[in-house]
Design a binder for this molecule. Structure first.
Ligand code: MN
Length: 232
C-alpha cells in the first residue's frame, strides 16, 4: 500500500473556537488523506519548504483578510484581521501554485487565494452588495442557498451536478476576480461561490463549507476525495 498523502492545513489564530479544524482534518481523513496541522503562524519564508514536504495544501475558513492587500481602507463592517496569518497563507497559496501541487481553498481560503493572485474582496456583503442574500448564517448544517455550477468546469466534473444547495457562513466574498482564476459557481444573487485555475493539476476553491457536510452530503465528500486523489 502506498502511503496516504499528507495534507497541510493552516491553523487559524488561537482566538478561534477550539476544535474548529477538526471538521477539515476529519474530511481529509474520510477521503483517504492524513491531515497535518501547520503552526500558527509560520514564517512566510517557510512556505516553499512546507509545500515541498507536503502532498497538498488546504486553506480553511477563518478571519477577514486585511484590505490593504488589495489597496482598500478598512470598511466599518470589516471583521477581525491577523497580519501574520494573512502573510503566511498568502505565501503558502503562492508557493503551492508555483510548485504545481494540489490546493483546495474553503471560505476564507478562497478569499486568500483571490487576494494572493491580485484580486479584491467585498469587505461586507450586506453593506456593499445591494440585493445580496443572507450569506452570513450561523449553522453549518443548514443549506440556505443554491449555487449554479458552470458546465465543463473541474467543479462540475467532480460534483456531476450543475445546481446544489450549500451552507453559507461568510460576510465577505470575492469582488474583483484575479485574472488567473475562473469563476465556476455563483449563488442566485450573483455572489461568486467557487473558482478554479484550469491549467493547474488541482487548484479549486469554494466559498461554502463542504467539510461540515461530508457526513450527510455525498457531493461534499466528492470534493475531498477528488482533492486527496490529486495529492497521491
Ligand atoms: Mn454563500
Amino acid at each position: 500500500m502506498p502511503h496516504p498523502p499528507l495534507i497541510g492545513i493552516t491553523n487559524p489564530p488561537p482566538d478561534r473556537k477550539v476544535g474548529y479544524l477538526k471538521n477539515y482534518s476529519d474530511a481529509v481523513g474520510k477521503a483517504g488523506g492524513v491531515a497535518v496541522t501547520l503552526p500558527w503562524p509560520f514564517a512566510p519564508g517557510q512556505a516553499d519548504l512546507l509545500v515541498e514536504r507536503l502532498d497538498g495544501i488546504l486553506l480553511p475558513g477563518g478571519h477577514d483578510v486585511d484590505p490593504t492587500y488589495y489597496d482598500e481602507a478598512p470598511h466599518p463592517q470589516l471583521g477581525s484581521i491577523d497580519a501574520d496569518h494573512d502573510a503566511a497563507e498568502i505565501a503558502l497559496a503562492r508557493a503551492t501554485l508555483a510548485a504545481r501541487k494540489p490546493l483546495f481553498c474553503i471560505c476564507r481560503g478562497m478569499q486568500v487565494l483571490n487576494v494572493a493572485l491580485g484580486g479584491s474582496l467585498y469587505q461586507d456583503l450586506a453593506a456593499q452588495y445591494p440585493g445580496a442574500l443572507n450569506h452570513d448564517q450561523d449553522d453549518y448544517l443548514l443549506t440556505p442557498h443554491t449555487i449554479d455550477v458552470v458546465s465543463g468546469s473541474r467543479l462540475h466534473a467532480i460534483l456531476g451536478a450543475t445546481s446544489l444547495a450549500v451552507n453559507s457562513l461568510h460576510h465577505q466574498a470575492v469582488c474583483r476576480i484575479s485574472e488567473r482564476l475562473v469563476v465556476t459557481a455563483r449563488a442566485p444573487d450573483g455572489i461568486v461561490e467557487a473558482v478554479e485555475i484550469p491549467d493547474q493539476p488541482f487548484a479549486l476553491a469554494v466559498q461554502y463549507h463542504p467539510e461540515a457536510l461530508v457526513d450527510g452530503d455525498p457531493l461534499a465528500l466528492l470534493l475531498f476525495t477528488a482533492f486527496v486523489q490529486s495529492c497521491r
